[in-house]
Design a protein around this ligand. Structure first.
Ligand SMILES: Cc1ncc(COP(=O)(O)O)c(C=O)c1O
Length: 399
């Protein structure tokens, strides 16, 4: 008898972690590995935030916090949402969580009954589909391609909504495609959603500070949408604080109560030191030098990597407007082989590239698009140049 639950038996390990572990293993064996796998800024946490954390330790912030977070931290989130997004929230609508990941899970757990459909524009962030399935829901993909800049159209959305649709969940800026829904795109999407008032929007804005060609925009800013949107954000990407595990949700009151109840039974309030430091982080605007410098560095790498990728024949690549990923289509190479290993999916391509040229990427299967692979450019320009050279060699040597 298998004691593991049916739902967990049907789960998959995060392909991002599988590939980064494999890259680490090869490195430990002495190979010169270039890992373009992980979605993690390679910068240090701004000094003022580090100092706020040390100060919090010295002040003995060592006891349980309230379940949804310290009032002061939630007030800082409200101020941030007003300053950056012109959104008014009360602290009672905010729940500080263990990363944006927990914030998303809380919201999904609060709304999903078995058999409920949650729409996820595809490619999607790896964990969305797994979380929905774990909760007994059904992830419903809307397929997109390089040609549409990996964005859904309103007619696709309209055709996908059914009476079982509970919510639409997306990231904009998007991991893995780097695409970004503009104010106009979101206006059109919300016009469609207004015909379906019972559908909730879960808007994952974790890469908000990494939008290069436009201003960040949240669907909650559109009239009538805030009361049916869960805004998800956090400090991992914009402040290089992935390991601090600090994210949050901003929800309508009815949903915030359910989110708090779930968090109270599962993890309680998140790390108190990180919460105290978050107050300093949230008071920093995206124009603060240490934040703006990270964005400028990512932008320079984006341009560099795009130039290099474009020169490789057969790759189809869109120029991402945000985040720190490229999601090139490698389907032109399906049927070709390397060392007698035939490539028939993005995952095969990604594995071949790692095993033969020691360049780590993530195959597109777990993002819902088997034709593509994901490269993260959260690494130095030199490694990007060398990684792209090896990619080009790999492709040239395919037979
Ligand atoms: C789109 C997206 N949402 C959420 C997360 C999770 O962020 P956190 O580190 O705050 O849990 C990630 C992390 O990679 C992400 O890419």
């Amino acid at each position: 008898m298998n004691i593991i639950s049916q739902r967990v038996q049907e789960m998959n390990f995060s392909q991002t972690f599988v590939m980064s572990n494999k890259a680490r293993e090869l490195k430990a064996k002495g190979h010169d590995v270039i890992s373009l796998t992980l979605g993690e800024p390679d910068f240090n946490v701004p000094t003022a935030i580090q100092e706020a954390a040390i100060d919090a330790i010295h002040k003995n912030f060592s006891k349980y916090s309230p379940v949804p977070g310290f009032l002061e931290t939630r007030e800082a989130v409200c101020k941030k949402l007003k300053r950056d997004n012109n959104l008014i929230y009360q602290p009672s609508q905010i729940c500080i969580s263990t990363g944006a990941k927990q914030a998303i899970f809380n919201v999904l757990a609060a709304i999903t009954n078995p058999g409920d459909e949650i729409i996820i524009p595809t490619p999607y962030w790896v964990s969305y589909a797994e979380m929905i399935r774990l909760l007994g829901g059904i992830p419903i993909s809307i397929h997109t391609t390089v040609e549409s800049d990996f964005k859904i159209s309103v007619s696709q959305l309209e055709d996908t909504i059914t009476e079982r649709t509970k919510a639409i969940l997306y990231s904009s800026p998007c991991n893995p495609s780097g695409s970004f829904y503009t104010q106009q795109d979101l206006k059109e999407i919300s016009d469609c959603l207004k015909k379906h008032p019972s559908v909730l929007v879960i808007s994952d804005e974790i890469y908000e500070y990494l939008v290069y060609e436009d201003e960040p925009f949240s669907i909650a800013q559109i009239e009538g949408m805030q009361e049916r949107t869960a805004v998800i954000n956090g400090l991992s990407k914009g402040f290089a604080m992935t390991g601090w595990r600090l994210g949050y949700s901003a929800c309508p009151e009815w949903l915030a109560k359910a989110v708090e109840m779930i968090q109270g039974q599962v993890t309680s309030g998140t790390n108190t030191v990180a919460q105290q430091a978050a107050i300093t982080a949230l008071h920093m605007s995206p124009n603060e030098p240490e934040i703006a410098e990270m964005k400028a560095a990512f932008n320079a790498r984006r341009k560099l990597m795009y130039d290099l990728l474009q020169k490789i024949p057969g790759l189809q690549v869109s120029y991402p407007k945000s985040a720190f990923y490229f999601f090139p289509d490698v389907s032109a190479f399906f049927g070709k082989s390397f060392n007698n290993q035939v490539i028939s999916s993005g995952d095969d391509f990604s594995m071949g590239l790692l095993e033969n040229k020691f360049v780590g990427s993530v195959g597109g299967d777990s993002f819902g698009n088997t034709n593509c692979i994901r490269f993260s450019y959260a690494t130095s320009e030199n490694l990007i140049i060398e990684g792209m050279k090896r990619l080009s060699d790999f492709i040239t040597e395919l037979s």
